[in-house]
Design a protein around this ligand. Structure first.
Ligand code: F6R
Length: 614
């Protein structure tokens, strides 16, 4: 949540160009207000606006803001409403300007201390304590910005990535990181900083990721000084990023969500490659994995939102293929209860971003209880979760920019399926024939997803009906129940239609009371061992006048047969990987319903992609 950028550019470049471009690329992190501060004619010139970065960019243009050094921020409000005074950068006494991603937990105590010292507050944010605190230290330490930021940071509890500039220092910028992502990037005689590589990639590929506790003094083209959390001089490697600019652009698509849904055949194939080329071997998960996988007796998976639903799906595979007891828990719940730790249990965290605070804190909590072994399944290289886990396997979805997660989910499922087969194979539970069958199913998966994508026109037609509804129910059974949950989440987050998902067998235990002619009921009903049960559940809906929208498959004999039953047939049932294929229709249904309702598909209200607050 929130994205920060900053740069010290060379004489022939206006820093505003980078700040606004970078902020637009970080808008997925928060998009309720934005701002920049630029050193111009010896003064800090600030522009802030509520709404999208484009509003702020237009205002900066009108004001003719330009300069070589500047910082910027795009906000997802936590402390204080969505107002211009609460937008960053925050400035203290026209001397110090700060942008901040994260939360200063002890901001109230800091605010009282600084008030007593005579500082006045103009916003309701926690960030303003940073600008005043740094200014205070700056004045106490003879105008040494580096020392001032180090001293100020020692007082803060919580998480932050900050960039600081001073009105009387046109050459340097200081950045600090604790718990929130931050990178420094170098061009020719230029330095950039950002929360995420997507902000800088159009300008340079030379990236250095800071570690928690690092504070860096930067000048154009290089680090001047870099210290770690103990104040010791350190160096951080500068790597060449392989991210392509095209992967961050819309291309021929209207929305990133649409692009990302359609990228799934490629994303799934790229992610499956590790198993298809290298085999289902533990080494895919890290060099210690063979030993770790021998030692563990059970698995606990911690995740949030869509990643939690991929965990729920994988429980079926892990318990049926690998016969390993698997427990799945919402990360934010796990960390606040009395837990019975088991050092032989593998903790798996699943996250697209790798920086979801709830998941990160849940991992730390598990580790503090004595859980020795951890595996991260993540889409973002070098992010916090893989860095803090013993084992890692990255999904190869590519950058996911739409706030609603799509290709991250299906690629997570590929990795989790690969894990189940790997563990099953290690423990002698997967015969050669079975292995060949699983391999074949994985090979065919991209093609099946492509067939499911071809159903788009039929699903778009259904979406016209959904757009007029205010509620929807999603039903599934067994391994398709988590797909119903995911379908309901997608629909509610981008269309604002209330949607709930139930295991179809639960209907008669309460939710059936909701069913009438106004309640669309979406059913994931592939041809599997539970189809007859699901058919009976659908009868219960029909008998009460409910309108059924059924995703079944070409193998199924389900005909519906009554007026208020609509059927779309997904491709041939792909056995154990069927939940992945059945995800595509529910994603498309949400996308087209959002289009029909005219909501902001990629940036739904109140949300942000990377949830780095509790
Ligand atoms: C829903 C969605 C969220 C995320 C959740 C976890 O479409 O995107 O529910 O899945 O915030 O995020 P990650 O996977 O980055 O930890």
């Amino acid at each position: 949540m929130c994205g920060i950028v900053g740069a010290i550019r060379s004489a022939n470049h206006n820093v505003v160009e980078f700040l606004t471009d970078g902020l637009k690329r970080l808008e997925y992190r928060g998009y309720d207000s934005s701002g920049i501060a630029v050193l111009m004619d010896g003064k800090i010139k600030r522009v802030r606006r509520v709404g999208r970065v484009a509003n702020m960019e237009a205002a900066a243009h009108d004001k003719g803001v330009s300069g070589q050094i500047g910082i910027g921020h795009t906000r997802w409000a936590t402390h204080g409403g969505v107002t211009e005074p609460n937008a960053h950068p925050h400035i203290s006494g026209d001397k110090i300007a700060v942008v901040h991603n994260g939360i200063i937990e002890n901001f109230e105590a800091e605010r009282s201390r600084l008030r007593e010292l005579g500082y006045e507050f103009e916003s309701q944010t926690d960030t303003e304590v940073i600008s005043h605190s740094v200014r205070h230290e700056y004045e106490q330490n003879g105008g040494d910005l580096f020392v001032a930021v180090q001293a100020a940071c020692k007082r803060f509890h919580g998480a932050y990535a900050i960039a600081v500039m001073a009105q009387d220092n046109s050459q340097n910028m200081v950045v600090a990181r604790m718990g929130c992502p931050l990178l420094v990037a170098f061009g020719e005689g230029e330095t950039f900083i950002a929360s995420d590589v997507s902000a800088v990639i159009a300008f340079t590929r030379q990236i250095s990721y800071l570690e928690d506790g690092d504070v860096a003094l930067l000048q154009a083209g290089s680090f001047v000084k870099l210290v770690n959390k103990n104040g010791e001089d350190v160096q951080r490697e500068v790597k060449t990023s392989g991210l392509s600019l095209a992967s961050l652009e819309l291309g021929a698509y209207n929305h990133f969500m649409q692009k990302e849904i359609h990228e799934q055949p490629r994303a799934v194939a790229d992610t499956a490659e590790v198993f298809l080329d290298g085999g289902f071997i533990p080494e895919n998960f890290g060099k210690n994995a063979p030993q770790v996988f021998q030692e563990i007796d059970s698995i606990k998976i911690l995740a949030c939102g869509t990643s939690y639903y991929s965990a729920l799906t994988s429980k079926y595979w892990l318990e049926s293929i690998a016969k390993i007891p698997t427990d799945v828990e919402i990360a934010s719940e796990y960390r606040y209860r009395d837990v019975i730790a088991n050092p032989k249990q593998l903790i798996i965290t699943i996250s697209q971003s790798g920086e979801t605070l709830d998941t990160m804190e849940a991992l730390k909590f598990a580790q503090s209880l004595g859980h020795k072994h951890s595996l991260s399944i993540c889409n973002v290289m070098e992010s916090a979760l893989p860095r803090n886990s013993e084992l890692v396997l990255y999904t190869r979805a590519g950058a996911e920019i739409g706030v609603a997660s799509t290709k991250a989910f299906t690629t997570q499922l590929v990795v989790l399926f690969g894990l189940a087969v790997t563990l099953g194979r290690m423990h002698g539970l997967v015969s050669d024939e079975k292995l060949a069958a699983y391999t074949q199913e994985l090979r065919e998966l991209s093609g099946s997803i492509q067939h499911a994508l071809n159903l788009e026109p039929q699903i778009a037609a259904w979406a016209q009906k959904f757009a007029k509804k205010s509620s929807a129910l999603f039903l599934g059974r067994g391994i398709h129940y988590p797909i119903a949950l995911e379908g309901a989440l997608k629909l509610k987050e981008i269309t604002y239609i209330h949607a709930e998902a139930y295991p179809a067998g639960e209907l008669k235990h309460g939710p059936l009371a909701l069913v009438d002619e106004n309640m669309p009921v979406v059913v994931i009903a592939p041809h599997d061992g539970l189809l007859d049960k699901v058919k009976a559940n659908m009868q219960e809906v029909s008998a009460r006048g409910g309108e059924l929208f059924v995703f079944t498959d070409l193998d199924s004999d389900y005909e519906g047969g009554v007026d208020n039953i609509h059927i779309i047939r997904t491709p041939r049932h792909v056995g154990v990987l069927s939940p992945i294929v059945h995800t595509i229709p529910v994603q498309l249904l949400a996308y087209h319903t959002a289009l029909a309702r005219g909501t902001d598909v990629d940036k739904p209200r109140n949300l942000a992609k990377s949830v780095t607050v509790e």
